[in-house]
Ligand binder design. Structure first.
Ligand SMILES: NC(=O)C1=CN([C@@H]2O[C@H](COP(=O)(O)OP(=O)(O)OC[C@H]3O[C@@H](n4cnc5c(N)ncnc54)[C@H](OP(=O)(O)O)[C@@H]3O)[C@@H](O)[C@H]2O)C=CC1
Ligand SMILES: O=CC(=O)O
Length: 327
C-alpha cells in the first residue's frame, strides 16, 4: 500500500506507517501542492495524508475515487467536500481530540497578549522606542472577573473556558446550536443568543468550525454590537470573520483589540494593517504547534490510515455514516 503525505510528518507517525509495511512518500518542498500536482500524486497512491491548506473538492475526488482513505492532519475539515467523499464511500479521518489543549492555550495566549498589547510593545523595544517610564502609556486592560463569550463551546471552547474561569474567575457565556452540559455544570456557563454573546462579552473567543452558517458571521454589524472595550479572539478559521470589517472596527474604536491565529487568506501578507496595530496580536496558524501535539497528530493520522487499510472503522472518523450501523 502506498501513502502520499502532502507534508513531511513528524517521525512518530511516519515510523508507524513504515512499521506497518506501507510505502510513504512525503512532499518535502516548502510550498503547497498545486491542484494538478495533488491529483497526479494521489492517482499513484492508495491513501492521502493532507494538511488544512490542501483543497479536497469534488473535482479532486472524481479523479481519485480509488483512494482507500483521506487522513487529515487537522481537526477542521472545511477544506474537504466530505459529502462527496461519503457518496464515493471514501473514509475521511481527522485529528480532533489530540489538539484541544494547545489550541486553547493559543487562544488564551492571544487574549492575554492583546489585553496587555504584548506583541506591539515587544516591537517598540526592537525598534529602540523604550526610552523612559511614562505612567500613562502602554496601558492594557485586566481580565479578572470579566465575561468570556465563546462561539462554539465544543472541545477547544471548553478548554479555553476552563482556563479563563480558573485563571481570572471569568463569567462564561456561550452560543452553540445545541448546548454543552459539561460547560454548564462545571463552569456555570450560560447559553445565550448570538446577539447577547456579542453584547455582553468582554472577550469573545471563536471556536466553531467554518461552515456556510459561520462564514463571515463576524462582520460590520456583529462588531458594532460588541462592547467598545471588547477583545475578539479567533483560533478557529479566518473565514469566520470578515477581515476588512475587523480592520475598520479596530481603526474606528468599535472594539478594543483582536488576537488571531487564523487569517483569510493564509499566509497573511506582511503589509497587512493588522500587523501594525497596538491592540492586535497575530500568529501564523500555530494552534497545535507543540512537539508533543504534532507527534500525537501524526500518530492519529497514521492510525486512521492503518485502520482503513485493514478494513476497520477509523479511530477518528469525520464521515462515520459510510459504515452504516454495522461498525
Ligand atoms: N488554530 C488551530 O491550529 C486549530 C483550529 N481548530 C479549529 O477549531 C474548530 C473547533 O474545533 P473543536 O473544538 O475540536 O470542534 P468541536 O466540534 O468540538 O466544537 C465546535 C463547536 O462549534 C459549535 N457550532 C457548530 N456550528 C455552529 C454554529 N453555526 N453556531 C454556533 N455554534 C456552532 C458546535 O456545537 P453545536 O453543534 O451545538 O452548534 C461545537 O460545540 C475546528 O473546526 C477548527 O476549525 C482546531 C484545531 C487547531
Ligand atoms: O487548524 C487546524 C486544525 O486542526 O483544524
Amino acid at each position: 500500500m502506498k501513502v502520499f503525505a502532502t507534508r513531511v510528518i513528524p517521525a512518530a507517525g511516519s515510523a508507524l506507517l513504515k512499521k506497518a509495511g506501507y510505502e510513504l512518500t512525503e512532499w518535502d518542498q516548502k510550498r503547497d501542492l498545486t491542484t494538478d500536482e495533488l491529483i497526479r500524486y494521489s492517482s499513484e497512491h492508495d491513501a492521502l495524508l493532507v494538511a488544512a491548506a490542501d483543497k479536497i473538492d469534488q473535482h479532486f475526488l472524481e479523479h481519485n475515487r480509488h483512494l482507500k482513505v483521506i487522513s487529515l492532519l487537522s481537526t477542521g475539515y472545511d477544506h474537504v467536500d466530505v459529502a462527496a467523499a461519503t457518496r464515493m464511500k471514501i473514509p475521511v479521518g481527522n485529528t480532533q481530540s489530540v489538539r484541544n489543549n494547545p489550541t486553547a492555550d493559543t487562544a488564551f495566549l492571544l487574549m492575554l497578549a492583546v489585553s496587555r498589547k504584548a506583541f506591539y510593545l515587544h516591537k517598540t523595544i526592537v525598534n529602540g522606542q523604550w526610552t523612559f517610564f511614562d505612567p500613562a502609556s502602554n496601558l492594557g486592560i485586566e481580565l479578572q472577573g470579566k465575561t468570556l463569550g465563546i462561539l462554539g463551546m465544543g472541545k477547544i471552547g471548553l478548554e479555553m473556558a476552563r482556563r479563563c474561569a480558573g485563571a481570572y474567575n471569568m463569567r462564561i457565556i456561550y452560543h452553540n446550536r445545541g448546548s454543552n452540559p459539561v460547560a454548564e455544570k462545571e463552569l456555570g456557563a450560560q447559553k445565550v443568543a448570538f446577539n447577547t454573546l456579542l453584547e455582553q462579552s468582554d472577550v469573545l473567543s471563536v471556536h466553531t468550525a467554518l461552515t456556510p452558517e459561520t462564514a463571515g458571521i463576524f462582520n460590520k454589524a456583529a462588531f458594532e454590537k460588541m462592547k467598545r472595550s471588547a477583545i475578539f479572539v479567533n483560533t478557529a478559521r479566518g473565514g469566520i470573520h470578515c477581515e476588512a470589517d475587523l480592520i475598520a472596527a479596530l481603526q474606528n474604536g468599535v472594539i478594543w483589540g483582536a488576537g488571531l491565529d487564523v487569517t483569510n487568506p493564509e499566509p497573511m501578507l506582511a503589509g497587512n494593517p493588522l500587523l501594525n496595530m497596538p491592540n492586535v496580536a497575530v500568529l501564523p496558524h500555530v494552534g497545535s504547534a507543540t512537539t508533543e501535539t504534532r507527534a500525537a497528530m501524526s500518530v492519529l493520522a497514521a492510525k486512521n490510515i492503518i485502520a482503513a487499510f485493514n478494513g476497520e472503522r477509523l479511530p477518528q472518523p469525520v464521515n462515520p455514516e459510510i459504515y452504516g450501523t454495522g461498525q
